[in-house]
Design a protein around this ligand. Sequence first.
Ligand SMILES: *Cc1c(COP(=O)(O)O)cnc(C)c1O
Length: 396
Amino acid sequence: MNGKDKRTLLIHHPYRAPAGFESPAVPVAKGSTVFFPNVAALRSRTWVDRSAYTYGLHGTPTTFTLEERLATLEGGTHCVLVSSGLAAITLVDIALLSSGDAVLLPDNAYGPSKTFARHELAQWGIAHAFYDPLDPATLAAAITPATKLVWLEAAGSVTLEFPDLRTLVRTARERAPQALVALDNTWGAGLAFDAFELGEGQGVDLTAHALTKYPSGSGDLLLGSVICRDDALARRLSLARSRVGHGVGVNDVEAVLRALPSMPLRYAAQDRSGRSFAQWCTTRPEFARVMHPTLPDSPGHLHWASHCRAAAGLVTVEVDAQYSPEQADAFIDALRLFRIGWSWGGAISLVAPYRASAIHTLPTRYVGALVRFSIGLEAVDDLIADADQALGTLRL
Ligand SMILES: *Cc1c(COP(=O)(O)O)cnc(C)c1O
């Protein structure tokens, strides 16, 4: 290469990845382009079975490493990464549903998943219906021969009802043997319970995760995953992922690889603080209900107890209906440590307002304003003191 123009030398440098260098970090392999030694290699390599590297969209050594680790954590055998938790959900829908099919969702499903069903899926001739996750009979009643996919979520988004997962899966197997069962397992993160081994011979077919939450743990990136145990199903998901074109940023993949080893410790700490915070909330007359699956009065507590060994750090309260939604907003605005924002699972505690009438489609049991807390890694006594001082706004 000597004698070439500097501009050429800057590009065609002799860099090769160092051999014999080992460190705790997974090497970050970046690339949209992957070089082929010759045309024959270009023609013979295929991304379809993931046996070779051909183009960054279809996977790099770094994305394959994270996929392997996530599959292991979940007790699955295959994982595909996508660009967000929502993309994980919509990939499952896109890969498994065709015109004329129907999908069933719990009424407390992650909101944008319901919205996708109402818009794109409806537009593509795919029907949807919502069932009450605490009443498996409503799932049985919603099943038709067209049902090809049943979504589960535990605990449910915002209102944190914990369903009887084993019974829901059994109901789907018996009444809709043609359907696959998918679980949004973001809350459990592969730590609270084993989605593929729920007990009594029951388990889901696939799980979707927002890695944006606990796996990232920092509120600084978006990433999602879909995990399963079946080879043919994994191939369907992987093909759909590549055809739809879900690239993932390798810097984000690296960040999750770095955060993953500490996730069980962070999850346990947030679980512990979440329980203390929820317990304190039950002592406050301003809160009509406190939703946290470990509390005996929380909807589905016994199901949580029979399925789970841990709980995430999410706590939702229903503000007593004697207070207006504006007063609930003022309470949130008065919080100092809790930051107002979407998402959860990071080090900083977050808070967000919800109205049950806006998120639930079936008749809802909640009338007061809902406030969802995501407990972070601060000292829980400081978080309780913060909520306590902010409640002063409701006493005025
Ligand atoms: C946040 C969340 C998602 C979506 O994840 P994004 O990465 O924000 O798209 C999906 N499901 C649940 C239960 C979530 O909490």
